[in-house]
Design a protein around this ligand. Structure first.
Ligand SMILES: [Zn+2]
Length: 399
């Protein structure tokens, strides 16, 4: 009886006081349901905060060694010949010599073909295709997307743009892109207004792409956090602090959702045009949303460049998504860093747990393998790209 009273008295005291006793003698600060611990403190159990007894490291200095011992299966080369649909080979294709060297680099990572997504048009395209065609064994391993000049859209623009597109197809272009993120964000029309992604003056070019069977590879916007306030709740705080220019202040740029709406209008309005939305449309962190977009638009495909951190942090959901949408996903890497490709292969091909991503400022978390079945890997690595891009060299691929 006496002991029960003492316990009751103690818990009343704890609830009403600022500091409560903690195991080991440390004292915590209670908070109410839904409240957060004050700065410098952490929640040690529900509704109870404590400050560490040592000076707190910054997120740059806290680099704990993982004690996890688990099977690890690095994958230096893709299991099946891959097509990098989002290629920016930066100098690798500038001369016959560099193209030959480029072949050896691609072999070392298991990439059989690169689709150069550098908007290569006119003389630049002819020069590139001349080098590729004359390069012996590289002649079927590099192809290029052409660009659309989105400056000065206004009267007469569409006729000239379609003419250039037809000339570039004759010179060897296999698709269009990468249409850059400036489209929608900053590109202006001839009259000075912002060029909206769904501007009807552009319709003739999208219709020409359908007629010429050219997939349109389009990058719209950027991670949504680049529009958000930079505070300690922003998942990309570190990236935005390292590269402040990546932020889109609301007074200068249209909101993220405006760009998504305009993009979705474009995709919907041209059902005969094949679109590939880069970076999983910046919805890799919300695969349900991306799935709805793909369900509503059978003409739309997506590409995985530079969003591996989102795929690898949700291995079960991502695996289900890749299996469900196995005909709609293309491999692409974006910036050409050969040593980064194996991270993609490891996520796609293994069931490894808790391994590092290659770019720490994108993700402070670890990745997990999603263990895709072989027939899905083949589609993502090359079959889907071949199917939607009829002008790619179609022979000699594994069945
Ligand atoms: Zn790109």
């Amino acid at each position: 009886m006496r002991r029960r009273f003492a316990l009751l008295a103690l818990s009343l005291l704890a609830a009403g006081s600022v500091a409560a006793a903690q195991p080991g003698g440390a004292r915590g600060t209670p908070i109410k349901d839904g409240e957060e611990c004050p700065a410098g403190m952490t929640e040690i159990r529900p509704r109870n905060c404590l400050a560490p007894s040592l000076p707190t490291p910054s997120i740059l200095d806290y680099r704990p060694r993982s004690t996890l011992v688990a099977p690890a299966h690095p994958v230096p080369r893709a299991k099946y010949a891959a097509i990098d649909f989002h290629g920016h080979p930066a100098g690798q294709t500038s001369s016959a010599e560099s193209i030959a060297k480029f072949g050896a680099t691609l072999d070392s990572i298991g990439v059989r073909m690169m689709v150069v997504a550098d908007n290569v048009s006119g003389d630049n395209l002819s020069r590139l295709m001349g080098l590729v065609r004359g390069s012996g064994e590289m002649k079927d391993r590099v192809r290029a997307l052409t660009g659309i000049n989105l400056r000065n859209v206004g009267p007469g623009w569409a006729e000239a743009a379609v003419k250039q597109l037809e000339a570039d197809v004759a010179a060897g272009a296999v698709g269009v892109g990468e249409i850059g993120k400036g489209f929608g964000l900053s590109a202006k029309k001839a009259d000075g207004s912002r060029l909206r992604i769904d501007d009807p003056e552009l319709d003739p070019i999208w219709e020409a792409c359908a007629r010429l069977k050219l997939p349109v590879f389009i990058h719209t916007a950027d991670p949504q956090e680049f529009w958000d306030v930079i505070d300690y709740k922003n998942e990309r705080w570190l990236e935005l602090a390292l590269f402040p220019g990546r932020r889109y202040p609301p007074e200068q740029y249209p909101p993220f959702e405006t760009l998504m709406t305009e993009r979705d209008n474009l995709l919907r309005r041209h059902p005969k045009t094949t679109f590939v939305i880069a970076h999983m449309g910046w919805h890799a962190n919300d695969l349900g949303r991306l799935g709805k977009l793909l369900d509503a638009n059978p003409n739309v495909h997506t590409e995985v460049g530079a969003v591996l951190y989102d795929i690898g942090r949700q291995p079960r959901t991502a695996r289900d998504f890749f299996i469900k949408y196995q005909d709609r996903i293309l491999f692409g890497k974006d910036s050409f860093q050969p040593e980064e490709y194996p991270y993609y292969w490891r996520v796609f091909e293994t069931r490894d747990d808790y391994f590092d991503y290659y770019r720490h400022y994108h993700a402070f978390w670890k990745l997990y393998g999603i263990d895709l079945p072989d027939d899905v890997l083949k589609k993502v690595y090359y079959k889907n790209a071949l199917r939607i891009t009829p002008a790619l060299p179609q022979s000699g691929w594994p069945k």
